[in-house]
Write a protein that binds this ligand. Structure first.
Ligand code: CA
Length: 673
């Protein structure tokens, strides 16, 4: 039913593109250019390309008929070994990408040549204060300047030509454990920036700064402060009675705005997503209950004065780290025969939400992965219906999705041609249990949960990642692509009937947007978590992605980061695809039953990190001495400093079985029958 409308608007879009993509010098990137970014398909002007953040490109030179000819145009080595999560920007042939430690790179978008590099020289103590790696998700561009949020809480304006600092300001109290990893957005001459840190105990807020001067224009706190003092806004006065007890504000409260910020210029509304509570456990944070506004919420804010217009809370009284900061996108959908301006989000909690973005009315909420904390969302009240016991009030509970979320910051995309949302989804879980005692420790990791080893490993946890083509009108997936690993990359949709996505295992794929047929792939040399972009330069369409394994899932994995850019008939050499082949076979003397037991243990405990073959070490090709150290590594945590977790609940027999299985696999890899 939506098809004719969508097809017609796509047609108009293409006509506008043809008209405007002309010979005259490119217009400056001001408020009007950002609002009209659809008309500049050769560029990628802001985080989600256009203000609606659909990550849909009208470019068609690379399409489902010729994508098999896609080859590497150039590769840019970031010389880093931490996670790369950024969406690069492209403005008039210059790419602005951000990397580990908030470093900014300006690169010639056609050749890959570095033009300048800016290093904010973040103090390395922030490695311990960033929950989820020293990553950065991107910059913003406006009027000849590049804006970046720095891990230590600074907002920096750089001259786009030289990379020199125009101004910088601390957006947070730097004595507190705040960090910035998200991309700033530019809205009507203001730079909007949030922050993170709710696992360490901070109070969330979002700020607006004057783009020209760096002066603070407004700030909106997402949770109340000290209840004995006046609150900063009427919205917070309304929120205060939803918090119980006397200690929550000493824990910061949480609700940090660490990722999604989206602007609708027509409605003049700024949408921000807020994070989990600090501490995680609702029973410690707000004993006696309460919704704890505005945790885990989508907020619509007036961008001129920072006042709250409406809110929708996805998880009242969050107790599972169910942030609602995940990427939001704006679209026009025909729902029930009526055209609606919607906002779509697939937050960590496993439900795909469609809201009327003018009013905040909930239109639909459907599970897109396995969900065990709520049976459904009541569309009348807009509230989730919790499953009894899920809140682990008296007894520990194993809950899905886990804190990595059914979907995290890895951006989704939407094609107005297919009407599908391309969502990097994942199944995972975690065990939650109340601690016997709790003491809040400033500047430390405070979850308010019992520490039971690596809880997440204690149970047989089926985990998987997949690309989900979600139909937001029919409220179900149209097609899926399953991956062995989860924590895969964000997506890009194009009018060439393509969807691009990189994976944790280091493959970069192109799929047909209509049915998910795999059309092309390239080896990136390391796991990909970032979303790809596409742009055009001198008549050629390029597709770029940052490849650098890391982030919350595997923050200390050792990889080499790079920015890969592809073009039709590109001939640059891809990173060499390793062909592991152990030189020696080591006899284990194990019985078949022991090897089979080891295979089960491997699938539960090792596969999801080491199964990517080359993202983390392939256990089959270790140097022989390693196999004798399995007890020390697995039970005692000998390599914990290098990011290899302890599995202290495994016993000697389990470790021996694991070793037997790995050695048997090594024998097979060496070509022995
Ligand atoms: Ca969190």
């Amino acid at each position: 039913m939506t098809r004719p409308l969508v097809a017609a608007s796509a047609g108009i879009l293409m006509a506008a593109v043809t008209l405007l993509h002309g010979q005259q010098p490119p217009p400056r990137v001001d408020a009007a250019a950002l609002a009209g970014a659809t008309a500049r398909p050769q560029d990628w002007l802001s985080y989600g390309r256009t203000y609606d953040e659909q990550r849909f490109s009208p470019l068609t030179q690379v399409n489902d008929g010729n994508v098999s000819r896609l080859g590497l145009a150039w590769s840019f080595d970031t010389q880093t070994d931490r996670g790369l999560e950024a969406t690069p920007l492209v403005v008039d042939g210059v790419m602005y990408a951000t990397g580990s430690w908030s470093v900014v790179y300006a690169i010639d978008a056609a050749s890959g040549r570095e033009l300048w590099k800016y290093d904010p020289e973040v103090h390395r103590k922030y490695d311990a204060l960033a929950c989820c790696d020293v990553v950065n998700r991107g910059a913003a561009f406006h009027e000849g300047r590049v804006y970046v949020g720095v891990l230590d809480g600074r907002l920096v304006a750089l001259d786009a030509k030289s990379g020199k600092v125009a101004w910088q300001t601390a957006t947070v109290d730097q004595a507190q454990p705040y960090t910035i990893t998200g991309a700033p957005r530019v809205v009507k001459g203001k730079i909007i920036i949030g922050n993170g840190g709710a696992e360490y105990g901070v109070r969330g807020f979002v700020s607006a700064y004057d783009a020209g001067t760096g002066k603070l224009a407004w700030r909106f706190y997402t949770v109340p402060g000290d209840p004995s003092k006046p609150q900063e806004s009427k919205a917070l006065e309304r929120a205060l009675p939803t918090w119980e007890g006397s200690d929550w504000w000493k824990y910061g409260g949480g609700g940090t705005v660490w990722d999604s910020i989206v602007f609708d210029p027509e409605l003049n509304l700024l949408y921000v997503g807020t994070g989990n509570g600090s501490v995680w456990s609702r029973h410690l944070r707000s004993p006696g209950g309460g919704d704890n506004l505005y945790l885990a919420s989508i907020l619509a804010i007036n961008p001129d004065n920072g006042e709250l217009v409406w809110h929708y809370q996805t998880v009242p009284g969050d107790t599972w780290d169910y942030t609602a900061v995940q990427p939001m996108m704006l679209a026009e959908l025909t729902i029930g025969g009526r055209a609606r301006k919607v906002l779509m989000q697939a937050p960590k909690n496993g439900f795909f939400y469609v809201l009327d973005r003018a009013t905040g009315e909930l239109l639909s909420a459907d599970p897109y992965v396995t969900v065990t904390w709520a049976s459904h969302v009541d569309l009348e009240t807009g509230r989730p219906v919790e499953i009894p016991g899920a809140d682990y009030a008296t007894k520990g509970a194993y809950i899905r999705p886990g804190p990595l979320g059914g979907h995290n910051w890895q951006a989704m995309s939407y094609s107005p041609i297919t009407g599908l949302v391309y969502l990097p989804a994942q199944d995972n879980g975690r065990y939650f249990e109340q601690p016997d005692t709790f003491e809040f420790k400033p500047l430390e990791y405070n979850l308010g949960l019992a520490t039971v080893g690596r809880n997440v490993e204690r149970f047989d946890i089926p985990s998987a990642g997949r690309l989900l083509a979600w139909d937001p009108v029919a409220r179900r997936p149209r097609w899926t692509v399953e991956y062995g690993n989860y924590w895969n990359g964000g997506t890009l949709a194009t009018a060439g009937n393509l969807v691009f996505q990189g994976t944790a295992a280091g493959e970069f794929y192109a799929y047909r947007a209509t049915d998910g047929a795999k059309l092309w792939s390239a080896w990136a040399g390391t796991g990909i978590v970032a979303p790809p972009i596409t742009y055009e330069r001198e008549g050629r369409q390029y597709v770029s992605v940052m490849a650098g394994w890391g982030g919350a899932f595997a923050r200390r994995a050792r990889t080499t980061g790079r920015l890969l850019t592809f073009v039709l008939d590109g001939k640059a050499p891809l990173p060499p695809r390793p062909r592991p082949r152990p030189a020696t076979v080591i006899a284990s003397g194990a019985r078949p039953e022991e090897i089979a037991a080891g295979a089960k243990l491997y699938a539960t405990h090792c596969q999801r990190c080491h199964g990517g073959a080359t993202v983390l070490p392939d256990l089959r090709t270790s140097s022989p001495a390693i196999y004798g150290s399995y007890e020390k590594i697995l039970i005692d945590g000998a390599l914990a400093e290098r990011g290899m977790p302890r599995f202290e609940y495994l016993d000697g027999a389990a470790v021996a079985a694991l070793r037997a299985y790995v050695l048997d696999e090594r024998r097979k890899l060496a070509g022995q029958p």
